[in-house]
Design a protein around this ligand. Sequence first.
Ligand code: NAD
Ligand code: UGA
Length: 497
Amino acid sequence: MVIKNVCCIGAGYVGGPTCSVIAWKCPDLRVTVVDKSEMRINQWNSDKLPIYEPGLDEVVMECRGRNLFFSLDIDTAIRDADLIFISVNTPTKTYGVGKGRAADLKFVESCSRKIAQVATGPKIVVEKSTVPVRAAESIINILTANTRPGISFQVLSNPEFLSEGTAIEDLLNPDRVLIGGEESEGGAKAIEELSWIYQHWIPAKKILTTNTWSSELSKLASNAFLAQRVSSINAISAVCEATGADVSQVAEAVGHDSRVGPKFLQASVGFGGSCFQKDLLNLVYIAECLNLPEVANYWQQVINMNEYQRSRFAKRIVECLFNSVTDKPLAVFGFAFKKNTGDTRESPAMYVCSHLLEEGAHLNIYDPKVAPDQILQDLTSAAMTSEPERVKRLITICDDPYEAVKEAHAIVILTEWDEFKSYDYNKMLLQMKRPAFVFDGRRILNHSALIDLGYHVETIGKRFTRNALVRNAATRQHWHRLQRQKVARNNIHHIMH
Ligand code: NAD
Ligand code: UGA
């Protein structure tokens, strides 16, 4: 088979960028990305794409209408395709067996059924979504149970390793491409066909081939290892705060060991994103089902540490603001789960904000890329609050960071957007209540400069001794206020008796 037509089911964060790059690098292929969401397809066909990724607009604008198409006509795209990527979402199950842990494969299954139903010729079906080990077995079973004469299917696993915010860069120059297939002549042939597509721009030595199950498990294992590194450095950050060590110095020292390496050692307010937690939960669930409780507990701890990190930071904000944020305006900078994306799925910002809202704080939230509706939707969702109307009243979405700081007691940094580093913090300070605090959950600001300006700075994995001056002044002020209130109360008591 010579592949001419490629179809991708699922026009999301993976399907859209991946197929745009394939179309760009393979002008000899016709690539059609389909989705059941009319809104998403319309956005892919408009000037404002549904997702923000540096470099994506340029690639799409060059290929769209030439050899890249976004369509709602799923049946035709499947029928015409030689190779079909399944790039649909595989979220954590919210119901039934495995609720809250197992991956929900209903969308993958419905794609398989659709392919079986409409295919009129042989197809290579590629599982690009992240799935549990042996998920391809179900796809094969559905396809073979529905096979008609003259139609054959080969199912491959080809997990995606791109990161949001650097998707185009990752797709153009990946560390590796992984393709798993059946250990048979047909399987090897299909692997070769898919490799041929990638070899348009990726050196053959970067294309790894394995059996199907190794490929599926490698994807879960990769995300688990990455998340584990973040949780490991975050665990160390708590020790730093308690001892006076500085987590970036520790990370640098540890990362200099070539066996460890320097990447993914940035302590933070916790990892977010649609996949780390979902894939870890999936791995935990698989281990439990395989009767491997020690393995399950081991990976569960990575999630527990992440939850601890988020809530530790939120509690520290309240504690530093004299144990109460009720009715206090706080400026929140950043809501996306990382910089250079508008994606808020599992963003640590959501959890920190939710804790502060629960305590009654007024949040002025600014993010350069997240749509205001998305922030409101996230913070008022049933998973975050049982009082959506109250929460709504406590939130102001700002389109200017200088607006957000007016009368605020603190600035809380929750995403590492580069622009946050270049703000005029002196100008901001003049608009804020005193003492003015900065809580840097991403360790991106120049802390000593902020302290010199007069801010009280708190960050992850470091204690500032010079803060003590501000802290003492703040505590003194607070103590005097309490004394005045006590005297007033006593006076009232005397008058009444
Ligand atoms: P997404 O939610 O952004 O996109 C999935 C799309 O699939 C949606 O637009 C949805 O409408 C569509 N869809 C679902 N069922 C469909 C059906 N039956 N027919 C047609 N369209 C259908 O998800 P995503 O972030 O692109 O992730 C997709 C998969 O890739 C997941 O398994 C995820 O774990 C994995 N992954 C994601 C990333 C990432 O950075 N987001 C990276 C690597 C792997
Ligand atoms: C991650 C993986 O990096 C990708 O390889 C994978 O394909 C993808 O998940 C997926 O399967 O969805 P992504 O979630 O887009 O990519 O972004 P990352 O750069 O991995 O960051 C994840 C979270 O960890 C972010 O909240 C980030 O701020 C945080 N992080 C990352 C840290 O706190 N410290 C670090 O050192 C690195």
